[in-house]
Write a protein that binds this ligand. Structure first.
Ligand code: ATP
Ligand code: MG
Length: 168
């Protein structure tokens, strides 16, 4: 609770470098492995970027993706699969798209905006700062995040990030 509150309150400065998605995902896997084991979920990684580098704050991006995967695991039934996909964004030239998909309970339409607000949570022990932090990190990168979901059929969180770093 305290650490997510502090990271939400703290003015964030990005430490940009050339990032390789394979490395980011390896770090995410380590960060979520205990939780995935206890929820018995599997994390699949589909990397259509290969080794193509892009500019980002690797540590902040790792935190953002870790939050999304943990949320996915918490919303999913046991034995289900979470997919993390990274690819070049065909719709927006110069951008990459990273998505986290789950087969969990989904996000009801009337909550799709609220879940990104600080302190909104439906979990007994949640802080509601996870997605607020993710959104803050992605927007600082000049990117965007959105959720698509059919209630009961899972959720897909999609991040679009400029490959060359911040667009201004
Ligand atoms: N993949 C998902 N499927 C269904 N609902 C989700 C998903 N991700 C987030 N949510 C909803 O959004 C709410 C806010 O998420 P957020 O990560 O900000 O906080 P939290 O997970 O409740 O708490 P914390 O991240 O501090 O543990 C969750 O409580 C949950 O209701
Ligand atoms: Mg969370």
């Amino acid at each position: 609770m305290l650490s997510s509150l502090l990271s939400y309150a703290k003015p964030l400065q990005l430490d940009l470098s050339s990032v390789n998605m394979n490395q980011v995902v390896q770090d995410v896997r380590e960060a979520v492995s205990a939780e995935l084991k206890s929820d018995s979920c599997r994390l699949m990684f589909v990397n259509d970027l290969g080794d193509k580098p892009f500019v980002a704050d690797a540590e902040q991006l790792r935190m953002a993706l870790t939050n999304l995967v943990l949320n996915a695991a918490q919303a999913s039934p046991p034995e289900s699969e979470i997919v993390l996909n990274a690819k070049v964004d065909d719709a927006h030239i110069g951008n990459i798209e990273i998505s986290v998909s789950d087969r969990g309970r989904g996000v009801p339409n009337d909550l799709k905006d609220k879940i990104f607000k600080p302190f909104f949570t439906t979990r007994k022990i949640g802080t509601g700062l996870g997605l607020a932090n993710v959104k803050k990190i992605i927007e600082l990168h000049g990117g965007e995040i959105e959720v698509r979901s059919d209630e009961g059929k899972g959720a897909v969180f999609t991040i679009v990030l400029p490959m060359e770093g911040i667009e201004s």
